[in-house]
Design a protein around this ligand. Structure first.
Ligand code: ARG
Length: 233
C-alpha cells in the first residue's frame, strides 16, 4: 500500500493470475480486465481507495500477500479452510465449482468414474489440483500434471499428454467459447466453491472496507450490472 501525492487515497496492490477468463485476463493493451477487476474497481471506488493490478503465477499469490508484495488477492480464489489459515477472506463474491473437461473427440471419459488409470491436467496450486490429489489418493486417477496456467493444461490435452482437465467450470466455459471444438465439459460439476478476495491475516481495516464495499455494490445494483458483463470476457 502507498499513498498518493495528495495524501488522500491509499493505493492497494492487487495480485492476480490474469489468464483466467472471465474473471481476469489481459487485454490487447496489456491491461488486466475481467469480472474480478470490475468488481474490485467498483469496491475501491465505493470505499475511496485506488488499486493497481499485478499479474503473477497463481501459486505465488498467497506468498506475495504474506510478504507484502500485494495487499489484496483478486484471482477467482476459492475460500477454503486450508487457505483461511494463511489469509483472511472477504465474504463470498460469487459461486463457482469444478468441472471435468476432455478433448471433444473423447467418448471414453464421461464423468469422474471413468478416470481410472488416467492422467489429469490441472493448474498449479488450484482447488482443481486438490481435487485431482483426492482422486489420486482414492486410487482413481494415475497421474497429475500441473501447469502454471490453464491454457497450458488445455495444450497438454491437445498433445495427448493428459486425458482430462479439472478446472473451474466458468473458466473452462470461457476457454471453450473463445476456442470452440477443442475441449468439452463432461459430467456434472464436481463441487460448489465460493470465491473471496484475500487480505493479510489480521488486516481488518482493509477487509472491512472490502466487505462494506461489496455490500454497497450489491445493494446499488452495480453488482448485477457487472454480472451481465461477465460473459463478455
Ligand atoms: N478457484 C480455484 C482456486 O481457488 C482456481 C483459481 C485460479 N485463479 C486464477 N486466476 N488462475 O484454486
Amino acid at each position: 500500500v502507498f499513498r498518493s501525492a495528495d495524501g488522500e487515497m491509499p493505493t492497494y496492490i492487487v495480485g492476480t493470475e490474469a489468464q483466467f477468463p472471465p474473471f481476469e485476463i489481459v487485454d490487447s493493451r496489456g491491461n488486466v480486465i475481467g469480472f474480478d477487476v470490475d468488481l474490485m474497481n467498483a469496491i475501491a471506488e465505493d470505499q475511496g481507495f485506488k488499486v493497481e493490478y499485478l499479474d503473477q503465477d497463481f501459486a505465488g499469490l498467497i506468498p506475495a500477500l504474506q510478504t507484502g508484495n500485494v495487499d489484496i488477492i483478486a484471482s477467482g480464489m476459492t475460500i477454503t479452510d486450508e487457505r483461511e489459515k494463511e489469509v483472511d477472506f472477504s465474504e463470498s463474491y460469487i459461486n463457482a465449482g469444478l468441472a471435468l473437461a476432455v478433448l471433444t473427440g473423447n467418448e471414453n471419459i464421461k464423468s469422474v468414474d471413468d478416470l481410472q488409470g488416467k492422467i489429469v491436467a490441472v493448474q498449479t496450486g488450484s482447488t482443481g489440483f486438490l481435487k485431482a490429489e483426492e482422486l489420486q489418493k482414492a486410487g482413481i486417477i494415475a497421474e497429475i500434471k500441473d501447469f502454471p496456467h490453464v491454457n497450458e493444461a488445455i495444450e497438454e490435452l491437445k498433445i495427448g499428454g493428459a486425458d482430462a482437465m479439472i478446472n473451474d467450470l466458468p473458466v473452462t466455459e470461457a476457454f471453450i467459447a473463445a476456442q470452440p471444438d477443442v475441449i468439452k465439459i463432461v459430467g456434472e460439476p464436481l463441487n460448489s466453491e465460493d470465491y473471496g478476495f484475500a487480505v493479510r491475516t489480521g488486516n481488518t481495516e482493509l477487509l472491512t472496507k472490502i466487505n462494506a464495499g461489496l455490500e454497497n455494490v450489491k445493494a446499488s445494483g452495480k453488482y448485477d450490472e457487472l454480472l451481465t458483463k461477465l460473459p463478455t470476457y
